[in-house]
Design a protein around this ligand. Structure first.
Ligand SMILES: Cc1cc2nc3c(=O)[nH]c(=O)nc-3n(C[C@H](O)[C@H](O)[C@H](O)COP(=O)(O)OP(=O)(O)OC[C@H]3O[C@@H](n4cnc5c(N)ncnc54)[C@H](O)[C@@H]3O)c2cc1C
Length: 524
């Protein structure tokens, strides 16, 4: 079956929904999302969104903080643009109904996070993302020009390749005509022809065994764009949050905020030794990437599965009143943080790279935009500054919408695109093969392509991943499509890009640390 729409938006996080709401004034939007509308990383964001809103603060300070964190790889023009537009974009969110906490005098209650020199994080308690996601979902559902299609999985983008032409990666004339969408309820694949297509599919956390990302973060958009011969960059920069609750089997991992260390909690090995001061004079208050790397090193050297985050020396009443949510969560698994240390482990959290876009969120493929975490805009460089990702999503969704609206009338539907070819597909004999490959892929990525890398580990990962790749492609060719199989295929694709780009970087910078190249190459 074929469908025709003006705008096809893939993904219903902050980026996809903001884009959809903006373009709905001029055309019909089909918003597809592979789970429920509200399921996304956006929903789990805790800290908030960064914007310069106080007299003490300045755009220059926010720009400088972002550039320092990006470790020499940010695009200054992009950083300046995003930071300067932040207050206006926050106001747009408020106009849509998003709430942020206020202080006693009615001003925004701005908090401060690691790497920010001033208080500039707007938040709603510690559930900012949930508030944003639910508010926007409400606006989307009531908009008559937006059709929401849940449980709909985008499999592949359509280009000239589907018209039988040869398409090469660096060709300038590749165009996107829409996408094949798998209806997860009926298992039918619908050919959605679109004048403009937007990938807003979020991150890749499920590449790893431990992640703060929800199960939907499987790098689908990056894999689709890569297969369509679009340009991908900076994939080696995967951000790991240093402290997530160690609770095997729970996905996503529960985040233990860094504010707890700011409050006095101390990291210890399982035999009770403090270790951070051996690696950095700032001890437990060292920046996020250093703490994550140190925990990883201690765990690998000692063969332990986690380290302790110890709060038992802190005032119990103050502790619980400041961190009620963490206290509740720990109690639910039998840990009273006033009396017992909390087991913690680093977790994959955010991807700085992705689909390369320009300041209007245009990819290297015409009629195709990428917004949000799936994209690589130049904002984060080699390491993202906390609370800059929601901001980036909202700014680039706006730019993409403006550009798409300006060009919509130039495009028409490419009617000659063929329908999905079901031939040769049969029921997968054993789903266990997919599940096993998924686990192996995560193990390979976690053990060899995690926080600390080496040439040997990267090469070993590549060799192992190739075996899983071949098995999965074989299965893909002869199976009826399932979400799990498509996600595995995409994750292998994305894992390959992380490894190849990590191998190509002969230095350690930002989030990428290779023990064979411990220093920075200043010519980069
Ligand atoms: C626990 C946690 C805390 C965080 N805290 C903060 C914070 O405080 N501040 C901050 O700035 N950032 C934070 N981040 C990062 C931030 O939340 C994300 O980077 C941001 O929300 C990404 O938004 P997005 O719209 O790009 O993607 P997402 O919100 O992840 O949405 C992606 C959407 O795409 C859909 N999708 C994916 N693949 C397909 C497919 N093949 N077909 C159809 N649909 C698909 C998904 O179902 C989902 O709806 C946090 C992240 C996590 C996980």
């Amino acid at each position: 079956m074929k469908r025709k729409v003006d705008f096809l938006v893939i993904g219903s996080g902050l980026a996809g929904m903001m884009f959809a709401l903006k373009v709905a004034k001029k055309g019909k939007v089909l918003l597809v999302t592979k789970a429920d509308l509200e399921e996304s990383s956006t929903r789990y964001a805790q800290g908030g969104i960064a914007a310069v809103l106080s007299d003490r603060d300045s755009f220059e300070k926010h720009i400088e903080d972002t550039l320092i964190s990006g470790d020499g790889l940010c695009n200054r023009e992009v950083v300046e643009m995003v930071v300067r537009e932040a207050p206006e974009k926050v106001k747009e969110l408020v106009d849509l109904g998003v709430e942020f906490d206020k202080n006693a005098s009615g001003e925004p209650d701005l908090s401060k996070e690691g790497g920010h020199s001033e208080s500039r994080i707007l938040h709603y308690k510690d559930i900012t993302g949930k508030n944003i996601e639910e508010t926007l979902a409400g606006r989307v559902r009531e908009n008559r020009n937006i059709e929401v299609w849940e449980q709909a999985f985008a499999i592949d983008l359509m280009t000239q390749h589907h018209l039988g032409r040869l398409v090469k990666r660096w060709h300038k004339d590749i165009a996107c005509y829409g996408a094949y969408i798998l209806d997860l309820k009926t298992r039918d694949v619908i050919t959605v022809l679109a004048k403009v297509t937007v990938v807003a599919t979020g991150g890749v956390g499920n590449l790893y065994q431990t992640t703060t990302n929800p199960p939907v973060a499987t790098g689908d958009g990056i894999a689709m764009v890569y297969r369509a011969k679009g340009i991908i960059e900076n994939m080696e920069f995967v951000q790991f949050h240093p402290t997530s609750l160690y609770h095997p089997g729970e996905r996503p991992s529960f985040l233990i905020t860094e504010a707890l260390r700011g409050f006095g909690a101390v990291l210890r090995t399982l035999d009770g030794e403090k270790f951070m001061h051996k690696y950095d004079p700032r001890g437990c208050l060292a920046p996020r990437d250093i703490v994550a790397r140190t925990i990883d090193t201690e765990m690998k050297v000692r063969g332990d599965d986690y380290v302790w985050l110890d709060c038992t020396h802190l005032d119990p009443e103050e502790l619980v009143s400041r961190f009620p949510n963490i206290h509740r969560k720990c109690l639910s698994i039998g840990i009273d943080m006033r009396k017992n240390p909390i087991p913690v482990v680093p977790a994959a959290h955010y991807l700085c790279g992705g689909v390369k876009v320009d300041t209007r969120a245009r990819t290297s493929i015409s009629r195709l935009y990428a917004v949000g975490e799936v994209s690589s805009t130049g904002m984060h460089g080699a390491n993202r500054l906390a609370s800059n990702s929601l901001l980036e999503a909202v700014v680039f969704a706006d730019h993409a919408a403006e550009d798409a609206l300006a060009h919509l009338d130039e495009y028409s539907w490419e009617e000659k695109i063929p329908e999905w070819d079901y031939e040769g597909t049969s029921h997968p004999e054993e789903m266990v093969l997919v599940t096993q490959d998924y686990k192996e892929m995560q193990m390979v990525m976690s053990n060899y392509v995690g926080i600390v890398r080496s040439n040997l580990r990267l090469q070993r990962a590549l060799t192992r991943l190739e075996i899983i790749y071949n098995e999965t492609e074989e299965l893909y060719k002869k199976s009826v499509l399932s979400r799990k199989l498509c996600e595995l295929r995409n994750l292998i694709n994305v894992g390959y890009l992380v490894i190849k780009m990590a191998q190509a970087r002969h230095e350690s910078r930002g989030l990428h640390y290779n023990i064979d190249y411990p220093g920075k190459n200043d010519q980069t």
